[in-house]
Design a protein around this ligand. Structure first.
Ligand code: GLC
Length: 540
């Protein structure tokens, strides 16, 4: 099997209105686990550069790089100590510049993460805040409050951290500071104009370096309800994304996104903002993608859909119906660095892989933009049995099964034993160990196997570029038997069988691509269980 190389050349400086983001396929690179260029067992920018040919060959439009900024890594880079520099673990600013340039030369746009809700506790601002007296201007950049109780020994309110435990930590001097995530991630005070100005400057820094957009971490969190009111519920993690909380999805965040949109629009080349926002309803989520706000928001409803035709149809209809009135494209996401990989969510083993292959064809046929998480094109499962001593995700504090290390295991590129070409030859230990059994899942093995999941993604991404029905636009549902979904996109028909039995259908047209080959019987076809197929309709 020859590697597919497709070159397309966005010219970010040209300023053409391509609206590229409306149907872009954006590949999430979790830098720490993608490719290790310098041989320390940890992925880095050099490693990403060395794999750009793979990414452009796969046929994606853009890459999103998770944070590679200076960080003590309490939350693996989502605790930023210097927003304008690269952590030595990942390389240098020169490497970032070179990566952006090389990616553009490979026809790939580059989106970087920005983490505005909180900084690291090692950020110079927070160090200054700790050193300052209560009430000092240095503390005004964060959210400091006196405690409750006679001696201020109780937290200022009942808010809980997303990672578990109270959202407040007390300093030796007596005041408490807010951290919606780990104690090493103090929340910034967005009521302070200095914070707003600083982040506009940070965005400009990276835009000037040539990035094509930002994925905005916790885009719904920067503004907190006036007076920081108690919630009165002591399992707040369960309410995330389903209930109104005084620290998430407050109306005030939209003003920030509007100002960022103005900033993005002041640059040529359609630079975009993508919200990581958890909102209590699809309507509330759509507010982040109004025409004067961000371009996209992750569709977490789709991530959460059960493997069931009704569940998928409902979330697809809801997603399309809520973004349409604001004119925004929908995004489709199956996995990311925060959730269990979908092969495992859908049942694991062969069953999980079959379903994940079907989900890929469903996802890439839907109108809008799609996000792929590194390794999903290889059908990687969650690694559930990582040795205890390697587990370091702060989210584990939430409970025994909540850690995210298992979806962050490095990518197997080739060779026959760990670390499977993740690191240069001669290096044996990756930062998280890779299962011995991953040889057949490696890129090298899968490129040789025409029926591999990697080759299914190659073919689907190529067709998605070529077929006029795919990408941006609308879909029309077709009647189909229970447990199945069928819809058209122009002359393309997508059929999905989410049930455990084969299902007979009148042949929808000429078969273009299938996650599992359907059997033909006269004018009918038998869709295999847990499979999807793309067809060119008769007359199409
Ligand atoms: C986002 C990131 C996650 C991180 C958290 C705190 O949800 O995706 O990885 O832990 O924000 O920054």
């Amino acid at each position: 099997m020859t590697e597919l190389i497709q070159q397309h050349s966005p010219d970010p400086a040209a300023g053409e209105a391509t609206r590229w983001w409306r149907d872009a396929v954006i590949y999430q690179v979790y830098v720490r686990s993608f490719a290790d260029g310098n041989g320390d067992g940890i992925g880095d920018l050099l490693g990403v550069r060395s794999r750009l040919r793979y990414l452009s060959g796969l046929g994606v439009d853009a890459i999103w790089l998770t944070p590679f900024y200076t960080s003590p890594m309490a939350d693996f880079g989502y605790d930023v100590a210097d927003y304008r520099d690269v952590d030595p673990i990942f390389g240098s600013l020169g490497d970032a510049r070179a990566l952006i340039g090389d990616a553009h030369a490979h026809g790939l746009r580059v989106i970087v993460d920005v983490v505005p809700n909180h900084s690291s506790d090692r950020h110079e601002w927070f160090r200054a805040a700790v050193a300052a007296d209560p009430g000092g201007p240095e503390r005004e950049r964060y959210i400091f409050r006196p405690g409750r109780g006679e001696a201020g020994e109780l937290p200022p309110n009942d808010w809980e951290s997303v990672f578990g435990g109270p959202a407040w930590t007390r300093l030796a001097g007596g005041e408490w500071y807010l951290h919606l995530f780990a104690p090493e991630q103090p929340d910034l005070n967005w009521e302070n104009p200095e914070v707003r100005a600083e982040f506009e400057d940070i965005l400009r820094f990276w835009l000037d370096l040539g990035v094509d957009g930002f994925r905005i971490d916790v885009a719904h969190g920067m503004v907190k309800a006036e007076g920081l009111p108690d919630i009165g519920h002591h399992d707040q993690v369960r309410l995330l994304g389903s209930d109104v909380l005084p620290y998430f999805d407050q109306d005030g965040v939209h003003e920030i996104h509007r100002s960022w949109r103005r900033l993005l629009d002041s640059y040529p080349g359609e630079r975009i903002g993508v919200a990581e926002a958890w909102a209590p309803s699809a309507e509330r989520l759509a507010r982040y993608v109004r025409p004067d706000e961000l371009h996209q928001a992750f569709n977490f409803g789709y991530v959460n859909a059960e493997w069931d035709a009704g569940s998928f149809r409902t979330v697809i209809e809801e997603s399309l119906a809520t973004t349409a009135p604001v004119g925004a494209p929908t995004t489709w996401v199956l996995s990311n660095h925060d959730v269990k990989r979908h092969v495992t969510r859908y049942g694991g083993g062969d069953l999980g892989v079959r379903r994940a292959r079907a989900a890929a064809l469903l996802t890439l046929a839907l109108p809008g933009s799609a996000y792929l998480y590194q390794g999903e094109e290889l059908g990687l499962p969650e690694v559930l049995d990582l040795p205890e001593e390697f587990l370091r995700d702060p989210q584990r504090l939430r409970g025994p099964d909540s850690g995210r290390d298992g979806c962050r295991v490095p990518i197997p590129w080739g060779y026959t034993e760990p670390p499977f070409g993740f690191s240069p030859p001669g290096i044996y230990q990756s930062w998280l160990p890779m299962p011995e059994s991953w040889g057949p899942l490696s890129v090298e093995s899968q490129l040789r196997d025409p029926s591999s999941t990697l080759n299914l993604y190659h073919a689907a991404l190529r067709l998605r570029r070529e077929h006029p029905g795919l990408g941006d636009g609308s879909l029309t549902w077709l009647d189909s038997p229970p447990d199945t979904l069928a819809f058209t996109r122009g002359s393309l028909v997508c059929t999905v069988n989410l049930g455990p039995e084969a299902v007979e259908l009148p042949t929808p047209g000429r078969l273009l691509l299938a996650s599992a080959e359907p059997a033909t019987a006269g004018d009918a076809v038998l869709l295999a269980p847990d499979s999807a197929a793309w067809w060119e309709s008769h007359g199409g």
